[in-house]
Design a protein around this ligand. Structure first.
Ligand SMILES: [Ca+2]
Ligand SMILES: [Ca+2]
Length: 172
């Protein structure tokens, strides 16, 4: 009987050790919050398309922030990583884009329309990038030195610009 009881305990210990090991190797870029796993590319930047590919390669998805709870979980995660405590500006790609139809934003990794009203002031503005490009992909941004409106809010940017990004697992 005792031997059967030990097996689940060993499995749990091994699982915890594996998680700790993964966190140590990734230097706090990987964490689990509210039953989601997050990965933050705090040491390198990619354009939006490459960020999408990078997340899928890890078996994850580019971040979608569909409601207040998901926004708070991301802020909590970034705070725990220590990244936001030393920076006044934070910007990273989400999966929101209007590549399919101008002005209609969708979370590409869930297929859902962006209904959560969480845009920075005057955004999305589809700003002109060059003769044939406007802004079609959205970052989440925080600017400590601006007014309160820039507080982990969405801003459309050129998909080809390179930013940090967050990958996540999606709930079952
Ligand atoms: Ca656009
Ligand atoms: Ca914009």
């Amino acid at each position: 009987m005792a031997r059967f009881g030990l097996l689940p305990v060993c499995a749990i210990v091994l699982s915890v050790l594996a998680q700790l090991s993964a966190q140590a190797n990734d230097d706090n870029t990987f964490a689990v919050f509210r039953q989601k796993s997050y990965y933050f590319s705090d040491s390198f930047k990619l354009n939006w398309f490459k960020a999408m590919e990078y997340c899928r390669k890890r078996g994850m998805f580019l971040l979608s922030v569909r409601n207040t709870q998901e926004r708070e979980a991301v802020i909590e995660y970034l705070g725990s990583s220590g990244y936001t405590s030393t920076r006044k500006t934070v910007m990273f790609w989400t999966s929101a884009n209007d590549l399919g139809e101008e002005g209609e934003f969708y979370w590409s990794t869930t297929g859902e329309h962006v209904t959560y009203s969480n845009w920075s002031p005057s955004e999305p503005n589809n700003a002109k990038v060059d003769d044939c490009t406007n802004e079609d992909c959205a970052v989440l941004e925080y600017w400590a030195d601006r007014v309160a409106g820039y507080n982990y809010t969405l801003d459309d940017r050129s998909c080809m610009r390179e930013y940090h990004f967050i990958c996540e697992t999606l709930p079952e």
